[in-house]
Design a protein around this ligand. Structure first.
Ligand code: TEU
Ligand code: CA
Length: 569
């Protein structure tokens, strides 16, 4: 019998939990045993190293800078730091163009700095996840230099080379994510090579066993050093059609959209053979104890969950970006949570993301007030949350003057608002020059309101966004119902989103007001309120009786319910 069915039966037999089932499309999530992997109960914190802290005054964040912030990270209450790429790179795509997978870029420091950072994080009970970029290398990688040196080179087949079409043009219609054809002509060897992103990022050939073996060794190199796992870049892109068929047109394409969206990427993404590649990456990581793979996958839910793999032998955490893509209203989000929970394979562990270095800041997308609500949702839904640096202090998108644009995507595809610089600006530590990021003009501008919106100020303010995040992270540690408990949707209407997280020992009721009007919620459908654990207002002003909750605009709360006795009706 599956875990899910078990849980459903259990709930139906047990009056205590049957009470909660007031939801027409109730999804019964499994009751999980007390022993959890760290990557299930823990919280991941993404650091964009260029922008976290600059220790050597060159305007670019670095590893020693990160080391200086570890007390902050530990006190925040997160469990693992995921560092965006720190490897040697010409930085055409800010590190997502790797020239050496087993080194550290000089601007970030040295291998010694890295080992030192690892020692210091471990001492504080924190882990490090690295960013593994398997789909493509830099065109400066020695592998590519060899591959392009001649058609007969032993590494020629490590990349995707193809003859020109009869008219001399690209072999097929495949497009680059970063604009234009994905094929680049190589004059010297008279063939095209394929690049999913910039022409400075040639795609590796994952059908070649030597590439697979070399890239597996990269994983082992860092696992042996002690990293806790990897976030894997563009995991759904690794294999391309071996018959090089044209991608079909996208029927939903509208003029004005980036050209890349004019096609349905049928033959260039999420190919069936990709699943075996993923399972083999997992097997390498499983040679070591309790490490984790997090996959970057932008696919519809049904395809996303395929990356848990057959018998859960894929990645443990296929990134769930749905909160970034769903309209910010209660009914849409309630529906999304139901669909996601229902789509998960038996035993598959959920995860949630509110922001990253490729997307607009949540505070800019939904506004400052709703960003607090969003934070509470992120940290109370079932599954591992990934928190993007700066979101915990409410950083917003920083407008970038045209002459300071850095992002190659914005430069290649201008005017389409694709630029990612606004969400990659330096962390705002305090009100000193450069917001305490470093002693030099930083590589991207600092937010104009950094004097009021920074760690130092929020640290002293008991109602700040930072205080809210710290409290939420603390509650996750104190209450297994939040970190590991089951999830039960609760019927709500209008701007309210409601659910219960529970273990056998406790039931926590979460209600979020996604609207700007006050709202009431009658509690009888879920039980009786015992106490208010937290409000996003952090002011003690929430009005709660045993049977009724009055929410203010943009308020979300966590309420402990009176534990039901086994013989209560
Ligand atoms: O992003 C993959 C990806 O899908 C992005 O191209 C995304 O669509 C785009 O940034 C618009 O939001 C990963 C990395 O996260 C990104 O930073 C890299 O530029 C890209 O891969 C290439 O490695
Ligand atoms: Ca620096």
């Amino acid at each position: 019998m599956s875990q899910r069915t078990d849980a459903a039966l259990y709930l139906k037999r047990d009056k205590r939990y049957f009470l909660l089932n007031n939801h027409p499309t109730a999804v019964f999530t499994p009751i999980v045993s007390a022993t959890a992997h760290w990557w299930q109960s823990g919280v991941i914190y993404q650091i964009y190293p260029r922008s976290f802290r600059d220790a050597n005054a060159d305007g670019i964040g670095d590893l020693r800078g990160i080391a200086e912030t570890l007390d902050y990270c530990a006190a925040l209450g997160i469990d693992a730091l995921w560092l965006s790429p720190i490897f040697p790179s010409p930085m055409a795509d800010f590190g997502y163009d790797v020239a050496d997978y087993s080194g550290i870029a000089a601007i970030f420091g040295t291998l010694e700095d890295f080992d030192d950072l690892l020692t210091q994080t471990t001492r504080r009970g924190l882990k490090i996840l690295l960013d593994y970029v398997p789909n493509h290398t830099s065109n400066q990688h020695p592998w590519f230099a060899a591959s392009r040196s001649s058609r007969g080179n032993s590494k020629r087949d490590w990349y995707l080379w193809h003859d020109a079409a009869p008219d001399g043009g690209p072999p097929n219609n495949w497009l680059s994510n970063f604009g234009g054809s994905a094929w680049e002509w190589d004059e010297a060897t008279q063939q095209y090579y394929y690049h999913s992103f910039l022409k400075e990022q040639p795609d590796l050939n994952w059908r070649n066993p030597e590439v697979v073996a070399a890239m597996h060794e990269v994983l082992r190199f860092w696992l042996r050093r002690g990293v806790a796992g990897f976030r894997i870049d563009v995991l759904w892109l690794l294999i391309k059609d071996d018959q090089w068929r044209d991608n079909p047109p996208n029927p939903d394409y509208k003029p004005g959209m980036p050209l890349f969206h004019s096609q349905h990427p049928l033959y260039t993404t999420d190919r069936p053979e990709n699943q075996d590649i993923v399972a083999r990456l997992r097997a390498v990581v499983d040679e070591f104890d309790d490490r984790v793979l997090v996959g970057e996958i932008y696919l519809p839910l049904e395809r996303l969950v395929a990356y848990y793999g057959k018998d859960l032998r894929g990645v443990q955490l296929p990134f769930n970006f749905q909160l970034l893509q769903t309209p910010w209203d209660a009914r849409s989000i309630a529906g999304l949570i139901d669909r996601y929970e229902a789509a998960l394979p038996v035993g598959g562990w959920p995860n949630w993301v509110l922001g990253n270095h490729d997307n607009p800041r949540i505070a800019s997308r939904v506004g400052a007030a709703q960003a607090r609500v969003a934070g509470m949702i992120l940290l109370t839904l079932r599954g591992t949350p990934t928190l993007y640096y700066g979101d915990e202090i409410g950083m917003h998108n920083v407008p970038i003057p045209a002459d300071q644009i850095q992002d190659p995507l914005e430069k290649n595809v201008p005017g389409k608002c694709l630029g990612r610089d606004p969400s990659r600006t330096p962390m705002q530590w305090d009100a000193s020059p450069h917001a305490g990021f470093g002693d030099h003009d930083p590589w991207l501008p600092i937010a104009a309101d950094a004097n009021e919106n920074n760690v130092a100020i929020e640290d002293r303010d008991p109602r700040s966004m930072l205080s809210l995040y710290r409290r939420l992270l603390e509650l996750r540690r104190q209450h297994a119902a939040l970190s590991m408990g089951s999830y039960q949707p609760v019927v709500a209407t209008g701007a309210l989103l409601a659910y219960v997280r529970y273990t056998l020992a406790e039931q926590l009721f979460i209600v979020a007001n996604l609207g700007a009007q006050p709202a009431e919620f009658a509690l009888q459908s879920v039980g009786r309120a015992q106490s208010l654990l937290l409000s996003t207002y952090l002011d003690g002003g929430t009005h709660l009786t045993e049977s009724k909750l009055f929410l203010r605009p943009d308020e979300a709360v966590i309420i402990a319910l009176v534990p039901p006795t086994p013989d209560s009706p």
